[in-house]
Design a protein around this ligand. Sequence first.
Ligand SMILES: O=P(O)(O)OC[C@H]1O[C@](O)(COP(=O)(O)O)[C@@H](O)[C@@H]1O
Ligand SMILES: [Mg+2]
Ligand SMILES: [Mg+2]
Length: 335
Amino acid sequence: MLEIASSIDTTQVPEDLRAPLDALARVARNLSFTIRRGALGQSLGHEVGENTDGDAQKALDVLADEAFATALTGTGVRWYASEERDHVEAMDPDGRYVVAIDPLDGSSNIDVNVSIGTIFSIYEAKDDANASVLRPASEQIAAGYVIYGPQSQMMLTFGKGVQQYVLDPESDRFRLLDAAKTIPEGSSEFAINASNYRHWSKPIRAYIDDCLAGIEGPRGKNFNMRWVASLVAETHRILSRGGIFLYPTDNRKGYERGRLRMVYECAPIAFLIEQAGGAATDGCDAIMAQKASELHARTPFVFGNSEKVERVTAYHDLPDHEVSALFGQRGLFRL
Ligand SMILES: O=P(O)(O)OC[C@H]1O[C@](O)(COP(=O)(O)O)[C@@H](O)[C@@H]1O
Ligand SMILES: [Mg+2]
Ligand SMILES: [Mg+2]
């Protein structure tokens, strides 16, 4: 019966997690419909306020947050930790899980009809609300995202690989497409907001300089660049065809730890990426070994094909004279 009523094919979903996963999938399916209707339905992209982190809240951010909180009630979730809420909030006192969520990722893209998403992470709940989410990312028991794009898709992990689902417009359910999604090798794409170049640290500048130098530089090959400004869309591209994403620390006020948030953005994406065979760090150290200091804490974030992510770490280990050298003189990374 559950299979028929469910909004996702749950054959690969552990039984204990089916209720919250079905609630997440049901809201995602409804959001996908709302987003597709766009301006023909309710206004989604106008600003309605500001969240704790100082980001403008769009109507769709709030609508998505309320829909997920409502749907997760009664599904075994004890704590709800959202980008759009000041604190971790109590749900079912007998619930077994905590759900951390970025209800709507890539808000700046709502009005321009570019892919946006939802990111979520699940842990076993502890008695204390904050302790339930301020813990090593490696303690996640599930993570996933939904991309609302030309197709709506969901990527899910329970720590045994990554499952890819597609929202079938005919059955209105997320159907399993690939039970073991892995990141392809061989891409030469990097994703970074290059408008922040002057604010980056020397190792990040050096890494990007060497990519931009292309075939004439120490890497001896040409690279391509992408920047969608939706973390979910960048992750989906990397899971689909490989590459690397960087949102490093920079010297703008408020960006000392980058832009992206550990609990409901970086931890779940890192879990998915590692499960798909890639790597995710803060530029040097694995995200999965780290924990946030508070619900909305940020972290620099680098993820993608393992060897590319390791190369960024290696740039941080270079002696200062190597980092400062023009790419022509930087010898260590010549291929
Ligand atoms: O506008 P910037 O600085 O390039 O930042 C883009 C990043 O900000 C985000 O939009 C932040 O997420 P939210 O939209 O959930 O706040 C990421 O999806 C994206 O990677
Ligand atoms: Mg986000
Ligand atoms: Mg968001």
